[in-house]
Design a protein around this ligand. Sequence first.
Ligand code: MLT
Ligand code: ZN
Length: 476
Amino acid sequence: MPRLPDPATLRELKAAVGKESWLESAQAVAPFVSDFRRLYHGATPLVLLPRDVDEVARILSICNREEIGVVPHGGNTSYCGAATPDEAGGQIVLSMRRLNRVRRIDAADYSMVVEAGCTLAETQAAAREADRLFPLSLGSEGTAQIGGNLSTNAGGTAVLRYGMMRDLVLGLEVVLADGRVLKGLKSLRKDNTGYDVKSLFVGAEGTLGVITAACLKLFPQPADTATALVGIDLPQHALDLLARLRTAAGDQVTSFELMPQLAVELTVKHIPGVADPLYQGTPWYLLIELSSPNPQQNLLTLLTGTLEAAAAAGTIRDAMLASSIGQAQAMWKLRESVPEAQRRHGASLKHDVSVPVSAIPRLIEAGSALVHRLAPEGDVVSYGHAGDGNLHFNVSQKPDTDIKSFIARGPVLELAMFDLVESLGGSISAEHGIGRLKAAEFARRADPVELAVMHELKRALDPKGIMNPGKVLCAR
Ligand code: MLT
Ligand code: ZN
């Protein structure tokens, strides 16, 4: 069980990073002790801002010796409280933001090495400068950092084509709990030498060690892109259209995002400059993107033809194809602003869940029935990455309802929603992780053998339990 640090240890930790690389006043540490959703308000005696891997190693070896909890902190965009220290006030926060160098880009190898504190947007931009694509793409990319993206195995809007963060990593540099450095920044596509150790740290949310740098996969830049916003009547029509698109365009189908009409209405209402480009409102909207590195692909013609055939078959009701980059960007702004519009609209209950793609219509139907029965003060706003089987099955507080009674519905609704997701063969956390928010439910629902293996790994790599205590795994 981690302990509270004494003054001598705090002095030693400050000395490990040197002048102006630590914060301790209440005002200075405030941004590091509350999570993005303001669900948790913790405390810390010290925020450390190391500049390199050696400093991180020194910090962890001190904390391990003294049994002090360490909370790695990236862009603080976690929805699950994964980067927030607890309320007891003894955990040190390790901010990664100064480890933000792009160490290497190798265009011929289609790989790059970046440090954990680079934001996702900086990483994408560095790849673009070398005429390469780093394809992870998500709404918070200007703030979220690569270390956090790796630690939560982030997903986003291009998973259909490129996979999640785990699929995009070739090698990692990790500082283990005892301060040893695992130097695994290989750029190999093939490497069958024993266990895939790096994979353990992806999705571990900083509970096994601190990722300090990563070798990432790059791809050719798209040279042809076609984007459309499509109106449909039923979620089943989304699946029919996805199948049609995949037959026509294979893995050029890059994004396939579903939004209910209410999500579009809230976004148009709350986000300046956002408009609904369809002539008639439909119950559901799809944002579709095809992309290819081949400029001769003529994807706009391909997409137009596929949508026309779908319209003739009665699968879609309306569609707008982007005829300029500006129009495509406006469609993406509509989709990416949904969470912010929901936030401005009022309180919300969030469920980041996944099911097999074919079960999406059943999830929507049965999940909506649960919301009507168990949270009648809320409206269903279930949107997200339909092509991946991942919906953010969110519920927005109805106007003029009491916020307290709405929020009080959360726990019962969540249990019922998770039961439903499990009955459909799905996951209670698709892309946002477990953090502190879902640790208890995860412990209750996980396969016992798998959970035991996770605890055994935790004990092997972090026997004193100093790494991000209370996240992912509940203490046993
Ligand atoms: C999204 O897909 O927009 C996010 O993962 C979910 C959110 O921010 O609520
Ligand atoms: Zn998402």
